[in-house]
Ligand binder design. Structure first.
Ligand SMILES: Cc1ncc(COP(=O)(O)O)c(C=O)c1O
Length: 320
């Protein structure tokens, strides 16, 4: 991993070190007050052997925002970019060919030894970048997902934009309950009927030529895949409606035969949703199978990532 530390108001020079352990004082701020955030992005190997990272600047910007909202020391965008590029370059030979990729996990922790600082930020931190080769989420053909619509929030309403462990921990019990009681793959969090996101992906509804998804606010994570899919959809002449979507409207539109629903995310890419479960009743979305538009949008995104289509928005950073 590539590791840098923030002490006495500045970052030291990052260093590539073994990723088997880190050393933390048991009183470190992160272990008590959850001052931590992370990112997830991918590098792809193209047919010409080059290695290309997808939308790195956006992930770095999101980590900077998460760090700021958690009052962690300020991340230096240039330094983090160099840390990611250097590490990916060093392990270029281990980036799998598509549909595989190299998953990149930048992580930022508050390390100040400060049990007494429950109401004060950590003035020291650790930033590291981990790598892991990953396979294809779709290997073996994916079955459309079953989502349980829950009338609760995934996390505090001002924290949705922060990619922080606490948000994932607070969603675990509802997700485990949905799996056990409704055999659901995921929970779609819809507090007060407002369709937000699932535990680890954004939600989009496709009705004919229109894509409907919640407009950006502080309550959910602003997915970079979401933005990429919406951009590709606009390029293809689809109507993109970023606006509030209620559970009532979602269920009503889902009943139409041509409606499709999908989850977007770095891991999910664009995964079809076949069934919605609401108050004990099951609703099939459209025909219940992966829709043609979902498949086409996923393919269009993969084609850019895999170097098979023109990268006209400049989303790829070639590292070697
Ligand atoms: C809660 C949550 N929402 C949405 C997303 C999608 O974000 P992105 O497309 O940037 O991966 C993720 C991560 O994949 C997530 O964990």
């Amino acid at each position: 991993m590539n590791l840098a530390q923030f002490k006495q108001g500045q970052w030291n020079t990052a260093e590539i070190v073994k990723s088997d352990s880190i050393s933390l004082h048991p009183g470190a701020h992160v272990l008590h007050y959850a001052s931590t955030c992370f990112e997830g992005l991918k590098a792809f190997k193209h047919a010409d052997g080059s290695i290309n990272i997808f939308r790195m600047e956006q992930n770095i910007a999101r980590l900077i925002q998460s760090s700021e909202l958690l009052a962690l020391p300020p991340v230096n965008a240039e330094q983090l970019k160099q840390m990611i590029v250097d590490l990916v370059k060093r392990y270029a030979a281990e980036v799998p060919l598509p549909p595989g990729s190299m998953y990149i996990r930048p992580t930022h922790l508050g390390t100040e030894v400060s049990i007494g600082k429950a109401a004060a930020p950590s003035n020291e931190s650790m930033l590291y970048v981990l790598l892991s080769p990953v396979g294809d989420y779709f290997a073996g053909g994916s079955k459309p997902l079953r989502l349980l619509l829950a009338d609760e929030a995934r996390c505090a309403s001002h924290m949705g934009v922060v990619k922080s462990g606490g948000n994932y921990a607070s969603a675990l019990q509802p997700i485990m309950k949905a799996s056990k009681e409704a055999k659901a793959d995921q929970v779609l969090f819809c507090p007060g009927g407002d369709v937000q996101e699932t535990g680890a992906a954004n939600f989009i509804l496709i009705d004919g030529n229109e894509i409907i998804t919640k407009s950006l606010d502080s309550s959910f994570l602003h997915g970079i895949t979401r933005d990429s899919i919406l951009t590709i959809a606009r390029d293809r002449g689809m109507t993109v409606s970023e606006r509030a979507l209620t559970v009532d409207e979602l269920l009503e539109r889902s009943a139409k035969p041509n409606t499709e629903a999908a989850l977007s995310g770095t891991a999910a890419v664009l995964t079809p949703v076949g069934t919605l479960i609401h108050q004990g009743k099951e609703y099939t979305v459209g025909s219940g199978v992966a829709g043609a538009t979902t498949n086409a949008l996923r393919q269009a995104l993969n084609d850019i990532q895999w170097g098979k289509a023109e990268d006209k928005h400049g989303w790829l950073t070639k590292v070697c």
